[in-house]
Design a protein around this ligand. Structure first.
Ligand code: SAH
Length: 329
């Protein structure tokens, strides 16, 4: 029996995140440098002020991993903007019980949710790093004058006739065999988020891996034991991700009435938000070996030939926020 790719990916990742320590297999920006989480926290604090300092306010993180980003963010917020620290309540969106336990150690007093739906309504600042890339995608292949959809059977792709209603209307008619991806779960998340950001003051900063423009191709990838592996062979043993379709997400948020800033390369946004200055200041207070590690980590996150260009940042805000920290006007 074949399983549609999004169902396969959802099942594989639920099993993977429940059983494995993902950080044994790959590293992420907040694990590379504490300055990443500090900057995201300070970004939220500045947006909160620009939005008129609503209180109470929710500080939400989607897919918090080990809880490192949120712990770094809260520490920086507490030092720099105690009024925001006093007004905020932390809500974490996480399905893995194992990672929830890790998060509880670093972020005591948080409230957990399986999805955005159950997060209470009201003013919100949301941050997410490498969350959307883990959500299930669908893949379609151009066949004749229509599309086939990719399913998985016995560790291989098989093609099944596609339901024409599942095909996004704006897709052109590309050459035979062209693969297109559709990310209904990421789009549904952004749609729900944008609706909240229109209904109440708020802002969201999303960092992830993917192109700024709409591109065809198969971007599904798997990492197991630190190495790329076949995504279809052993579901639950590898972390499955796909490129985040930033252009489609931005369009979705705009349609919902929210304001969109970016996407822009992560390195540019982080540099404008003070990645190198903060890292420098921190380095000056550290012994030489740790100081050079902090500066090397900043270069890894920010330089275009490292993570600075492949990763993008997208901000989605209440329409009143005509300027957003870190993004060009
Ligand atoms: N943001 C962290 C972790 C990235 S890994 C970091 O940058 O280090 C992806 C995270 O999203 C994990 O915490 C994983 O358990 C969570 N996740 C994956 N799929 C999810 C889903 N469908 N709903 C909620 N959380 C999910």
């Amino acid at each position: 029996m074949s399983e549609r790719l999004d169902a396969f990916m959802a099942r594989a990742n639920a099993a993977y995140y429940a059983r494995h320590d993902p950080f044994a297999d790959f590293t992420t920006a907040p694990e590379i440098s504490q300055v990443f989480g500090e900057i995201m926290g300070l970004w939220a604090a500045v947006c909160w002020q620009m939005l008129g300092s609503p209180a109470p306010v929710l500080l939400v993180e989607a897919g918090p991993g080990r809880g490192t980003l949120m712990a770094d963010a809260l520490r920086a917020i507490g030092r720099t903007m105690p009024a925001f620290r006093a007004a905020l309540q932390v809500h974490l969106i996480e399905t893995s019980p194992r990672l929830r336990a890790a998060q509880a150690e670093r972020v005591p007093g948080a409230t957990w949710h399986d999805a955005l739906d159950s997060v209470p309504a009201g003013p919100v600042l949301l941050i997410a790093n490498e969350f959307l890339d883990a959500l299930p995608i669908r893949q379609f292949v151009r066949r004749g004058d229509g599309w086939a959809e990719r399913h998985v059977e016995d560790g291989q792709f098989v093609e099944r006739p596609a339901d024409p209603d599942g095909i996004p209307a704006h897709w052109s008619t590309p050459p035979e065999g062209t693969i297109r991806e559709h990310a209904p779960a990421a789009l549904a998340f952004v749609d729900g988020l944008a609706a909240r950001l229109v209904a109440a003051p708020g802002a969201a900063l999303i960092a992830d891996y993917g192109p700024a423009e709409d591109l065809p191709g198969d971007s599904l990838q798997a990492i197991a034991n630190g190495k790329p592996t076949d995504p279809l062979i052993a579901p639950g043993e590898a972390d499955l991700t796909a490129h985040v379709p930033f252009a489609a997400l931005a369009a979705c948020a705009r349609t919902a009435g929210a304001r969109v800033h970016g996407p822009e390369p992560q390195g540019m946004v982080l540099a404008r938000l003070g990645l190198f200055q903060r890292s420098n200041r921190l380095a000056r207070s550290l012994p030489p070996a740790q100081a050079s590690a902090i500066m090397e980590a900043a270069r890894r996150l920010g330089e275009p030939d490292r993570m600075g260009r492949l990763f993008k940042m997208l901000a989605i805000t209440h329409p009143s926020l005509t300027q957003c920290p870190g993004f060009e006007a």
